[in-house]
Design a protein around this ligand. Structure first.
Ligand code: 3H9
Length: 700
């Protein structure tokens, strides 16, 4: 079948698009639509329907074409052709009409959609704005406030919601073609006019005073440092002030500026990185998977409870194992509270909460796990304890059950070794809060089978996580890289920076939180307790933890005790600097013979980020991550790395590996080989003038 087909059904012309997998508006499709609309003007049709084959309506411009020389007809020309049609054109939507795809629908004179369909303008997530009239037509139909929210969030909405916002005219319950034909017939019978959205006038008096400025300020907080959201506001404002064509011209100018920006390049990298992370090298596409219809979780603490919620939300029943009824009750109460918070935020209905809660049951009896398809252990980070849990599970669970550990850093093989089924053991490392954070590190043990890995990757999709495969080493990908990052933060403190300086530098650069504030949030006692079990040699250089230890010994465990590196207001949780902490830092610096100095912001940034990059390169050398972009996904989805900077490895490529290497060598000369020996891979690529991205090509 060709990309665009045309068929006359009675006096209705049906234009069918077929460009798998998602009907992206590649050159061939644009040309086909343009031609079909043009030639249909001359035939016997009274109305035209634009409809897609396959799993979805048009999902947007073809992102792979960005950055390549443009080929006519441009999307804007296709859209003008549709809108200029003298016969009514009806978009018939199923799946997702996104970005340029929804802009095509907005240029049609009428829109109908299957009940299950979604529409939206997600360009902002790619650092772009709708560049084919979306910012001009949406406010004309839905109003300015609704358009601001829809386009700056980028989140799709249901067909029903779109209908209530006047973005869709008719919702169809079952057969889309049948429904669209009936809708077209109705329009023909009542001689419905060719209704062009561009002709709708926005009354400036209908716009609340100060709306745009207020929205810009909100975005300064919500999307700090990002270009596209601010430009979207400007475009929508232009729609209220300028004639349609001038508004379109403004939109195009700002779209091009976004398209050429580093931010959009980084976000487009993240889009493809997330998708390639799901592909496992050496794993056949038809690798069999196991069905996961029931799950057991060992440990109902913050982590176990959060993990349970993921499965319940996906309609998979969960048995939560705790030591006794009191612990079960505590755990279920926390889960209930978390669902209530989501309900208050409008993210969940009462009925959804009730259904999810009914799927989570507590038990103190391991024997109840005999029939589950998957068990996830989420107990305290002690190898002895974990081995004990797995030995018990091995006795109880049915053959073929997958046994997973949620450990953040322990050796998967050592855990698997206590079972008689090491091939069924895997790491499923969730991130806290587990019901919110999108990342799932899938950790491959040396004996984990392809089927177990493929099942875990598929399962991640079911529970709406972004999976990344990691090899088995201390801390896997994410936490292994976090160590040198946290180490540098501690050393900067000792050498002269304040907690606030470090956090401000990192947050202004785009990290969701600074590393010192993260420590307070997680609780300083966690690292402290973990260190208690280690020998002096295992603990390493005391300069990297002496401040944290001193604070814990003063009872300052972080936010939960109202004080850690900062002091926290008991009601608002607002943080403030504390001279007592500065005194601790100074005392520790003196005790370790470190002379404090003023540390430039740039040095802090480079020491922290380049430490991540250097360890990332070692992770690639060791084969712990499959590809550099997987590391980027881990950092963006699990550690608050700003997606508009594209993840640490992409960022390194962007600024140049030679620069990264040279700076690391300078740090090595100043601070010593122990922490700053450059990774051999980084050194080689820098010398060859290459990037991590093109190193990948050698590997495949
Ligand atoms: C835009 O429209 C700009 C305009 O305003 C102005 C222009 C002038 N292009 O996600 P999946 C590929 S910007 C090219 O796994 P799902 C994807 O890489 C665009 N390729 O499926 C993958 O390839 P592979 C605005 C695309 O069912 C395969 O399709 N639109 C595109 O989980 C399957 O994708 C968007 O931002 C594309 N636009 O989810 C929508 N989209 O198999 C982006 C997908 O080789 N797309 N591919 O890895 C999506 O959000 C999801 O793909 C969608 C399907 C929800 C549609």
């Amino acid at each position: 079948m060709s990309t665009v087909n045309y068929e006359l059904i009675g006096d209705i012309g049906v234009i069918r698009l077929n460009n798998p997998p998602v009907n992206a508006l590649s050159h061939g499709l644009r040309e086909g639509i343009w031609g079909a609309i043009k030639s249909a003007q001359e035939d016997a049709s009274e109305a035209l329907i634009l409809l897609c084959e396959g799993r979805t309506f048009i999902a947007g411009a073809d992102i792979t074409e960005f950055g390549k020389p443009p080929q006519a007809p441009m999307l804007s020309e296709v859209i003008t052709e549709i809108e200029n049609s003298h016969k009514p054109v009806i978009a018939a939507i199923h799946g997702t009409a996104l970005g340029g795809g929804f802009e095509v629908a907005l240029a049609c004179h009428y829109r109908c959609a299957l009940k299950s369909a979604k529409v939206g303008l997600p360009e902002v997530k790619l650092g772009l704005l709708p560049g084919a009239g979306g910012t001009q037509r949406t406010p004309r139909l839905a109003g300015v406030s609704a358009a601001l929210e829809l386009i700056t969030s980028g989140n799709p909405i249901s067909a029903a919601k779109a209908e209530s916002m006047k973005l869709i005219d008719r919702v169809i319950s079952d057969d889309l073609l049948k429904g669209a034909l009936a809708f077209a017939r109705e329009l023909i019978n009542r001689k419905a006019p060719v209704r062009r959205v561009r002709d709708i006038h926005i009354d400036p008096a209908s716009i609340p005073e100060g709306l745009f400025d207020e929205f810009r300020q909100r975005l300064n907080k919500r999307a700090r440092g990002q270009l596209a959201p601010q430009h979207i506001v400007t475009c929508i404002e232009a729609a209220t002030q300028l004639p349609f064509d001038k508004g379109l011209a403004k939109e195009l100018d700002l779209f091009i500026e976004c398209l050429l920006s580093d931010q959009s390049a980084a976000l487009r990298h993240m889009f493809f990185a997330e998708r390639s992370a799901t592909k496992i090298k050496g794993l056949a596409k038809d690798t069999p998977t196991r069905e996961i219809n029931s799950v057991g979780i060992i440990g109902g603490g913050t982590m176990g409870g959060g993990i349970a919620m993921n499965f319940a939300n996906a309609n998979i029943p969960v048995k939560l194992v705790e030591i006794n009824q009191a612990a079960i009750d505590r755990s279920l109460a926390v889960i209930d509270k978390n669902y209530s918070i989501s309900m208050k935020k409008g993210k969940l209905s009462e009925a959804q909460k009730t259904r999810s809660l009914s799927l989570i049951t507590g038990t103190a009896d391991y024997a109840e796990l005999a029939d589950v398809d998957l068990v996830i252990e989420a107990v305290f980070e002690s190898m002895e304890l974990k081995q004990d849990v797995f030995a018990r599970l091995d006795q109880i669970c049915k053959p073929g059950a997958i046994l997973a550990t949620n450990t953040s850093y322990q050796d998967i093989d050592q855990i698997a070794a206590v079972t008689n089924r090491p091939e069924d053991i895997i790491g499923l490392h969730f991130f806290s809060p587990a019901n919110v954070m999108k990342l799932l590190e899938v950790v491959r043990g040396s004996k984990s089978t392809d089927t177990v890995i493929a099942t875990a990757m598929q399962l991640a999709k079911t529970i709406k996580k972004v999976p990344v495969l990691a090899g088995n080493c201390y801390g896997f990908i994410g936490n292994r890289m976090l160590r040198p990052y946290a180490r540098e933060a501690q050393l900067c403190l000792l050498e002269g920076a304040t907690p606030e300086q470090i956090d401000t530098v990192m947050q202004s650069w785009g990290m969701a939180m600074g590393p010192i504030a993260v420590g307070d949030l997680a609780g300083l006692d966690i690292g402290y307790k973990a260190r208690q079990g280690l020998s002096k040699a295992e603990k390493g250089d005391s300069k990297t933890y002496c401040i944290a230890d001193a604070l814990v010994e003063m009872g300052r465990l972080g936010q939960k005790t109202g004080a850690g590196y900062y002091r926290y207001d008991s009601e608002t949780r607002a943080r403030s600097n504390d001279p007592e902490v500065l005194a601790v830092i100074k005392a520790q610096a003196e005790a370790h013979g470190v002379e404090r100095r003023e540390i430039p912001d740039e040095e802090i940034l480079n020491r922290l980020i380049f430490a991540l990059i250097n360890e990332g390169a070692r992770i690639l050398e060791d084969g712990i991550a499959q590809r550099p972009s997987d590391i980027d996904v881990v950092y963006a989805y699990g550690y608050g790395f700003p997606p508009h900077r594209g993840g640490p490895m992409y960022y390194a490529d962007r600024i140049g590996l030679k620069k990264v290497y040279d700076t690391i060598c300078t740090f090595r000369d100043l601070h010593g080989e122990a922490y700053w020996a450059p990774s051999p891979l980084l050194a080689r690529l820098a010398q060859e003038g290459r990037t991590f991205a093109n190193w990948v090509d050698d590997q495949s």
